[in-house]
Design a protein around this ligand. Structure first.
Ligand code: SF4
Length: 306
């Protein structure tokens, strides 16, 4: 029997990047300690009284909601608000929203939602069947960020916490480096302060690898939807996920190193004066924001019906 590195109990998990074995108790304690560290480092509860948590119903966002609402319950005056975007993906988002709805009503968490139908007049299912050059995700990701920000701003939140884990962040670093887009790396977050109507995004799971989030959610009994979005195969991120897993397999600790290096490096941001979008008023460096441009493009594709 392999033993936990901290006690005589049986090991249930080996963290290859550190060489440490964990029993169930020490594993959950280790995840919670690292999340508390991220909360302190990013001053998640120090910036104001309201923390919005972007929740899809998947393992990452449900774990972030579970941990942040537990931590907030010990801080008087702090409110957690769950925010969910309904992309209109039948058989997937409707099911994951049921998970969020049940969790929030049991925990007494305020839950606000907005759909792509309300935002753009069509669903992702409608857009996915239209003839188009971009992937479904290219529209979906931009709309989601815009709606999340609007929901958090309207709820008076001081920050938006996302469920981004270590792998998500390392993938983004790799993707943006491969495109030479250091400006995007500089904007990735966690954000120190707000910029022109953009609620700062924070990442409590930033130090936790994806497989550890999954294990934590399972051993802690956190409810979540296990299935993936039917359009996930289109995401350009998939290739980077595979590459990153191969790198981590050969070089345990590479994900941590990439994320650390990206946050230490002072990547320059392009100049560009930020103004307001002529259509919706959100911050943008151009005349119209990306969400409004894509919304118009997608609406014409859906309306064309071919
Ligand atoms: Fe949207 Fe793509 Fe994510 Fe599906 S996988 S929810 S289409 S971004």
């Amino acid at each position: 029997m392999l033993k936990c590195s901290f006690c005589n109990c049986e090991s249930v998990y080996l963290a290859r990047y550190s060489g440490l074995h964990y029993c169930r108790l020490h594993f959950t304690a280790s995840v919670e300690r690292r999340v508390k560290r991220a909360v302190r480092e990013q001053r998640i509860f120090e910036r104001g009284q309201r923390v919005a948590v972007a929740v899809s119903g998947g393992k990452d966002s449900m774990t972030a909601l579970h941990l942040l609402s537990s931590l907030a319950s010990a801080r008087r005056g702090t409110e957690i608000i769950a925010v969910t975007v309904d992309e209109g993906i039948r058989g997937y988002r409707d099911r994951s929203m049921e998970v969020v709805s049940d969790f929030c009503s049991i925990r007494g968490i305020r839950w606000v939602t907005r759909s792509y139908s309300e935002f753009a007049g069509f669903t992702m299912d409608m857009l996915s069947s239209a003839r188009r050059e971009r992937t479904t995700c290219a529209y979906c990701g931009v709309f989601r960020r815009t709606i999340m920000n609007a929901l958090a701003r309207e709820a008076g939140a001081d920050v938006i916490a996302t469920g981004l884990n270590l792998d998500d962040t390392a993938q983004s670093v790799l993707m943006n480096m491969s495109r030479g887009d250091t400006d995007r790396i500089a904007m990735m977050g966690p954000h120190e302060s707000s910029v022109q109507g953009l609620v700062p995004r924070v990442q409590p799971l930033r130090h936790i690898p994806e497989n550890e989030v999954l294990l934590y959610a399972m051993v802690s009994g956190i409810p979540f939807l296990q299935s993936s979005c039917p359009y996930a195969e289109e995401a350009s991120r998939n290739m980077f996920r595979e590459v990153l897993l191969r790198i981590e397999d050969e070089m345990p600790g590479a994900r941590h190193a990439m994320v650390r290096a990206a946050s230490r490096a002072a990547f320059p941001r392009r100049g560009g004066k930020a103004g307001s979008c002529a259509s919706c008023g959100d911050a943008t460096s151009g005349e119209r924001c990306r969400a409004c441009e894509l919304r118009e493009e997608a609406a014409s594709l859906v309306g064309r019906g071919d």
